[in-house]
Design a protein around this ligand. Sequence first.
Ligand code: SAM
Length: 286
Amino acid sequence: MKDTEKLINPQNTIALIKEYEFSFKKRFGQNFLIDSHVLDKIIQGAGITKEDTVLEIGPGIGTLTQALCEAAGEVIAVEIDQDLIPILEKTLGSYQNVRIINQDILKLNLGQLSEKPLKVVANLPYYITTPIIMGLFESGAPLVSITVMVQKEVAERMQAAPGGKDYGALSLAVQYYAEAQVIANVPPNCFIPRPNVGSAVIRLTKHLEPPVKPRDEAFMFRVIRAAFGQRRKTLVNALRNDQNLSLGREQLEAVLSEMGLPATVRGERLSLQEFAELSDRLLGQV
Ligand code: SAM
């Protein structure tokens, strides 16, 4: 493969892997993209321009990174696998606007990565999707949006509305920070090796202001986690059984009644606004 050639096709990907005798590591969630239509959808969906600084998590052999370098002003690519660094040095060698960091993204101080507004774009390692996304939102990094390939079920959970089977703590956490929109569904044959699950590209556009303003954000998330900690339980039973909250049945039923909710309501019925109100009402009581 020539240094300037694009990776995004199966032949070039396989040739490069053979050339470097690279073996895929399942523990790092390595499934490399080989479909150019999907690549275009990610770049367009993320709305990348030459004004942008992009953080890519897990560049792999540099397939998506090459397209990002062409579309963006600057790219910061964080890759945990040391074996991929010499490959990235070759495949990204002709770009001057990329910085490769050989690190675990979960150990990096994300708040210090960039002072400029950041767009995150990645084909994520699925085993750590939630910690990566929550870590980004909670880091205080100047985020604009996160456009990522995730497992299809996870994308559905992120954009789920109250009442459905997919709605839960992840939906509420993501929707507190961002507006979620699925951009594309992606079948397993768009990757080498093929993952065992379907995938989807989702864009999370960070809210300028959060849609609710609970008195204590951390406490609201404690209530949300407790509410969904035990599925199929009523909200009263789920919260009553939570060791950290120590709330009584009557107390909880009284608060729900003040909010106009039945004593038998389940957590999956409550909107983000209702969780914010519930946590504000409970705050004085724990
Ligand atoms: N971006 C490439 C592509 O689209 O072909 C590779 C995507 S692959 C699904 C995920 C990548 O994330 C792999 O290169 C893997 O080594 C890397 N990775 C896994 N865990 C990581 C971590 N904790 N920090 C940084 N990179 C990680």
